[in-house]
Design a protein around this ligand. Structure first.
Ligand code: WAQ
Ligand code: MG
Length: 649
């Protein structure tokens, strides 16, 4: 008797020492067609739009014929919808008919699913993730359809999906499946269950989108979950197609045309490079997605019905949700309207803007101030205005991206010195003499939480007659007894030539600013392109920042409490040193492990992010904790205990 085999193909490419998934497929077949099928799967790997593999793995395992389960294919219904919105509404309605009320969570579930190589397995009522490994997901495997199969070397989306869905629908405890293809050219997806059958829905995403994903909804007992996963991953299943002949006709016709069409699409698709980059990011555990909260910032935040201790917010002093700040912002909004309607140099300058500029200049002990729409724009616009192609900029290796972008835009020669290494800065300045130059550094480094050796920095800039610039994004409201920043921290009365700050962190609002001499501000007002060509800040955040400054002046205990909290957190964590700012990185190094730790902490009620490349160098992934003045000792103690568990797992 001839054997049955489970034949699997997996194709990868190695980039930056990491393996990128290109293609994977599997079949169950009689031994006599094994060679042809292996040939087809090889072709499929070599023709894939994600590019050529450098590793192609084919395995064939014999199956125990007694153990094979024969199941009927799900009956197929098609829904052609007029647009993606209607397609997704159809998904909601079909799931709702099964008692699965995804409502507004549909997009966030799909966003979670697209991170995975397999499917996202979720509880059908609470939608919590039921898998241990948040990266991989659950994979349905070891299935095919019954009969002689005229195989193709190109993926047959519909047929393969129908086979998979027919197996999945019969898995113990699975009550529904939802699938959207991740192929940019394929916009059809489906909802499937035993009672609904296989419901094809088109479109479920815009053409060109590389985002897809699969969701398995589970409504069985928690204790039976392992059985379900075992069935999905290892139970050999052959699906009986009801009209096998019809299906083969479709398959045969499609196969011929799709082969030529897709080969052309591979070389000409304008989306191919983008799809490839996304696939590569996903494989390296570097893909980002948005994680929207359903409440504003505070010590605790909400996401749908879950409550989390917020351990990663820059709203250090708890001012973003302060009643007085909100009141003042609301009044300004009612008085002046929602938008300023112009740039500062046209009609968008309000007396509120100038009032805030005066307050900020006073607070920072400087002559003048200029507001920007964001801190990013303040850095980019200022550096670009101050330096040109004949100049040299000396920049700390760990400076924020907005500083780096400003340096690049200026066209100046950029010399990067070792992080906070004043001896290296001095050396680099000697090696690169400049008639005119700028030295720029963060005051608090945003991913490490350490602070600039400011006295030495200023001394070197003065001695070499270079402009000094410091970005106090994470220093304002945090450093110094009254939160004035790095000058106050070091007990200096005179600081850098150019000081950048932001309203969006400790001051709880949004926008950025520059403070310095009146001449500097005059100059920037006339030459900083991000200032000139942006609509000015709208009234509400300006008024909010004014009130926040006022509160900060009266309540410096907030700053003291923030510092005490940070010391307590560091000491409880026993990390060996106390952060001089409110940022405490906990190093994990490995990207994947960092993601896993963050996900585990999330499950235990702590909201913190895994910071990965390119925010930090590869292999330097970390959990970045940001302390708030309104965290309690219990909050911090609990977090430290959970961190120890997360890291030890
Ligand atoms: N098990 C679980 N999940 C999987 C598997 C598997 N064996 N294979 C892929 N996935 C996940 C993975 O996260 C993908 O990103 C996502 O599903 C989509 O996979 O009737 O092509 O293979 O015409 O891109 C639907 C056909 C096509 C609709 C689906 O999915 C129709 C498709 P893809
Ligand atoms: Mg795909």
């Amino acid at each position: 008797m001839s054997h049955l085999y489970n034949l699997r193909m997996r194709a990868d490419r190695t980039e930056h020492g990491r393996s990128i998934h290109i293609s994977g497929a599997e079949r169950i077949c009689q031994e006599k067609i094994l060679p042809d099928l292996a040939h087809d799967l090889c072709r499929r790997a070599l023709l894939h739009s994600r590019g050529k593999p450098d590793h192609l793995h084919i395995t064939a395992n014999v199956l125990d014929a007694q153990n094979i389960l024969h199941l009927p294919a799900l009956p197929v219904t098609s829904y052609e919808e007029k647009d993606v919105e209607s397609g997704l509404a159809r998904v909601q309605a079909l799931l709702a008919s099964l008692g699965i009320d995804v409502g507004c969570q549909l997009s966030s579930l799909l966003a979670q699913a697209r991170e995975k190589r397999g499917a996202l397995l979720v509880d059908a009522h609470s939608f919590t993730c039921l898998e241990k490994d948040p990266e991989r997901g659950v994979r349905a495997s070891c299935m095919d359809f019954q009969g002689t199969y005229r195989s193709v070397s190109k993926k047959e989306h519909f047929l393969e999906a129908l086979i998979l869905a027919s197996k999945v629908a019969h898995a113990p405890g699975i009550c529904a499946e939802l699938c959207v293809s991740d192929d940019p050219d394929y916009v059809t997806g489906y909802v499937a269950s035993q009672s609904l059958g296989y419901c094809r829905i088109s479109p479920l995403k815009p053409l060109g989108s590389p985002y897809g994903g699969r969701l398995f909804f589970y409504n069985g007992e928690k204790s039976d979950l392992e059985d379900c996963v075992r069935f999905l991953e290892t139970q050999p299943v052959l699906i009986d197609l009801p009209e096998e002949k019809g299906a083969q006709d479709v398959l045969g016709k499609k196969a011929e045309t799709s082969l030529t069409l897709t080969t052309e699409a591979q070389t000409t698709s304008k989306w191919a490079p983008l799809a490839q980059k996304l696939a590569s990011l996903r494989e390296q555990h570097l893909l980002r997605h948005l994680d929207p909260l359903t409440s504003g910032p505070g010590a605790y935040v909400e996401k749908n019905d879950e409550r989390y201790l917020l351990m990663s917010s820059n709203d250090y002093l708890g001012l973003a949700n302060d009643e007085r700040v909100k009141q003042r912002a609301a009044e300004a909004l009612m008085c002046y309207g929602t938008g300023s309607g112009g740039s500062r140099l046209t009609s968008g300058s309000l007396c509120l803007h100038t009032a805030l500029e005066e307050e900020l200049a006073r607070f920072k002990h400087k002559e003048a101030c200029l507001l920007f729409a964001t801190g990013y724009q303040a850095n980019v616009g200022t550096i670009q205005a101050l330096c040109g192609k004949d100049d040299v900029i000396f920049s700390d290796a760990l400076n924020h991206a907005s500083i780096i972008d400003g340096c690049r835009l200026s066209g100046a020669r950029i010399v990067v010195y070792a992080h906070n290494d004043m001896a290296d800065l001095e050396r680099k300045i000697r090696e690169n003499p400049a008639a005119h130059g700028l030295v720029v550094s963060d005051a608090v480094f945003s991913m490490d939480g350490d602070i600039l050796d400011f006295p030495a920095f200023l001394e070197i800039c003065r001695r070499h007659n270079l402009l000094s610039m410091v970005d106090e994004a994470h220093a304002t409201g945090v450093l110094g007894a009254t939160g004035r920043g790095i000058e106050e921290h070091f007990g200096l009365e005179d600081g850098a030539d150019v000081t950048i700050g932001t309203l969006s962190k400790a001051l709880g609002s949004e926008g950025g600013f520059v403070v310095g001499s009146a001449q500097l501000v005059d100059y920037l007002r006339n030459s900083a392109r991000s200032f000139i060509f942006s609509t000015s800040l709208s009234p509400a955040p300006v008024a909010a920042a004014l009130e926040a400054l006022h509160i900060l002046a009266c309540e410096s205990t907030r700053v003291t409490r923030l510092r005490d909290n940070t010391r307590y957190f560091c000491e409880t964590l026993a990390c060996g040193k106390v952060s001089p700012s409110a940022i405490v990185p906990v190093m994990v190094y490995d990207e994947r492990k960092a993601l896993r730790c963050a996900a585990w902490l999330r499950e235990h009620g702590i909201f913190v992010q895994a910071i990965r490349y390119p925010s930090v160098p590869r292999g330097q992934a970390r959990l970045r904790f940001a302390i708030r003045s309104d965290h309690t000792r219990e909050d911090l103690q609990r977090t430290c205990a959970l961190i120890a568990c997360a890291l030890g797992r």
